[in-house]
Design a protein around this ligand. Structure first.
Ligand code: SF4
Ligand code: SF4
Length: 329
């Protein structure tokens, strides 16, 4: 096997545009995965999974226009795919068979599109790999929080024959949990993040996500929207009406997402990652006046019967449903 200088390889990934780089032995990762999650592309000679993170732009976080944020989300995923391809080729040039694992890649035999919730940060597999590689820890909303960027980072990976050790996992949880923070849960438009927990409960016992609920907002042009639009179009026997329903803005948007925006279809809502106070970048992000207006520093909480509940606030700017109840044709 050829010699690879690990630091030189990390430097190369950074030169290619990665903001965070980590690796985990495939065997270690496989042991850490929950039931039902595995490494589908894993071949017998794949020894490590390298994980890359790309931070989101502060200017995008400050934007109030939801569609702008969504489109930017697609751009991060495309950049990450290019980084993964470059690193995979570099590794193969040095003798190590390698396979890029794109962030939005789905194995429909085993997983569903909700695997990419919340906010399209990366598949559950990539998020587990990032935690095992010491890049971050789990947040209340099942995103990976990093010391540098909190959850404001998107993930991608490369499976490789090269044997790499993992950096030690982070010892302390970065997320203070629902009782001490809960900002992501308070703002979630779908109320998909736990807002109620036993007083003093451990983060590991509370964190979670209603993935299907999240997908309504985070995957506005995902599979569910596609099915809803098809059902709407075909929900009449009147041929004229079918044509009218087909030639609507909703069909046009779905077409554009599938043909042009692609990855952006799974990066819709990002409210929970925008308000998370974890990360060195947050102090600067919080300077934006509209960020303060969106979610007050102090959230309302009620204590009752040994439980604490964070009041739901919801986002100030909310996306309208893809298919209005009464469509104008
Ligand atoms: S805030 Fe948005 S991305 Fe986060 S969990 Fe809720 S719906 Fe999903
Ligand atoms: S917003 Fe607060 S509760 Fe939610 S993930 Fe971030 S630190 Fe944890």
């Amino acid at each position: 096997m050829l010699h690879v200088n690990k630091q030189a390889f990390i430097d190369y990934a950074r030169q290619c545009g990665a903001d965070l780089v980590g690796a985990v032995p495939a065997a270690q990762l496989a042991k850490s995965l929950p039931k039902g999650v595995n490494i589908p592309a894993l071949g017998p000679n794949h020894r490590s999974l390298i994980v890359f993170g790309k931070r989101i732009l502060k200017g995008v976080s400050w934007a109030r226009h939801i569609v702008t944020k969504q489109i930017a989300g697609g751009h991060y995923l495309r950049i990450l795919e290019k980084i993964a391809m470059k690193v995979a080729y570099r590794l193969e040039d040095q003798g190590y068979a390698s396979l890029p694992i794109p962030s939005p890649a789905l194995d429909f035999e085993q997983r569903t599109p909700t695997d990419l919730t919340p906010a399209g940060q990366g598949s559950l597999l990539l998020r587990y790999a990032a935690v095992e590689a010491g890049l971050g820890t789990w947040g209340l909303n099942m995103m990976v929080l990093t010391p540098q960027y909190g959850p404001r980072v998107y993930l991608c990976g490369v499976l490789t024959e090269l044997a790499l050790d993992a950096a030690p996992k982070l010892k302390e949880e970065l997320c203070p949990g629902l009782e001490k923070c809960g900002r992501c849960a308070a703002i979630c438009p779908e109320d998909a993040i736990p807002r109620r927990a036993a007083v003093g409960a451990k983060l590991a016992d509370v964190r979670g996500l209603n993935c299907s609920a999240c997908a309504h907002s985070s995957q506005p042009y995902g599979f569910q929207s596609f099915v809803e639009q098809l059902s709407y179009v075909l929900g009449t026997r009147d041929k004229e009406e079918i044509w009218k329903r087909l030639r609507t803005r909703q069909s046009s948007e779905l077409w554009m997402e599938m043909t042009q925006m692609k990855e952006a279809s799974i990066t819709g809502c990002s409210d929970c990652l925008q308000v998370c106070p974890v990360g060195e970048d947050y102090a600067r992000l919080a300077q934006s006046p509209h960020r303060k207006e969106e979610l007050p520093a102090e959230l309302a909480r009620t204590y009752d019967g040994g439980y604490v509940e964070v009041a739901h606030v919801g986002p100030k700017v909310k996306r309208s449903a893809l298919i209005p109840k009464k469509e104008k044709i």
